[in-house]
Design a protein around this ligand. Structure first.
Ligand code: PGA
Length: 239
């Protein structure tokens, strides 16, 4: 819930001019719902991918205040974030809802960016792997990844918006676990082809260490994505 429409438009212009010069880098933004339709022509022009920050699992109906995946597609999105920790923790979305959303997104042809992550007390109790495993099992229950792609984002809750980043080795350990989970539950090919992003206080100062980890394929950026001067160095890293 950040940036006015004119601020968002300015940011898209600033980053868009850089995106056009990047080779082999996918750049995606997830603006607030009310900005999406307006930003679609601009993002198309610059080659930026558009995502929603959330969606409902039904196509339409009496769900006041909700937005369906079909509506996101119509507005110009190809991707949607599902199960962000703020949705889980503040808005009480559970794994069953997240599972239904994931299935619906795949059914209608939106690529889900499924977020998983442990809370601070869970990490301190050495339950990180157990929590991530349980979230993946429930969120992907009955989800067929043979036909459609998914993106998974590991976002430790204690690292989001706090300035605390998981150390590269803490992140790598969980990313490897997610990679192995996909291999065991689906196939080697799906495990290798699925992008696994890290999120949680990603900044220009820590991007190189994070991206040096073998199972970190990209990043999901919150605070640092709101200003061109912090987002551009992250986006351009290694290009
Ligand atoms: P942050 O947010 O980069 O500000 O920690 C990440 C997120 O909200 O996914």
């Amino acid at each position: 819930m950040n940036l006015s429409l004119s601020e968002a438009e300015g940011l898209v212009h600033s980053i868009g001019k850089k995106v056009q010069k990047l080779d082999g880098r996918d750049v995606l933004i997830a603006p607030p719902f009310t900005h999406i339709h307006y930003l679609t022509p601009l993002t198309k022009q610059y080659g930026i991918i558009l995502a929603g920050q959330n969606m409902h699992w039904e196509d339409q109906g009496a769900y006041t205040g909700e937005i369906s995946g079909k509506m996101l597609k119509e507005a110009g999105c190809t991707h949607v974030i599902i199960g962000h920790s703020e949705r889980r923790n503040i808005f009480k979305e559970d794994d069953e809802m997240i599972n239904q959303k994931t299935k619906k997104a795949l059914e209608i042809g939106l690529v889900p960016i499924l977020c998983v992550g442990e809370k601070l007390n869970e990490r301190e109790e050495n339950r990180t792997i157990e929590i991530i495993g349980s979230q993946l099992e429930k969120d992907l229950n009955g989800v067929d990844l043979n036909a459609h792609g998914i993106i998974i984002a590991y976002e430790p809750v204690w690292a989001i918006g706090t300035g605390k980043t998981a150390t590269p080795s803490q992140a790598q350990e969980v990313h490897k676990f997610i990679r192995d989970f996909l291999k065991n539950s689906y196939s080697q090919e799906i495990s290798e082809n699925t992008l696994i992003l890290y999120g949680g206080s990603v900044k220009p100062e820590n991007i190189s260490q994070l991206m040096a980890q073998s199972d970190i394929d990209g990043v999901l950026v919150g605070g640092a994505s709101l200003k061109a001067e912090t987002f551009i160095p992250i986006m351009e890293f290694g290009c």
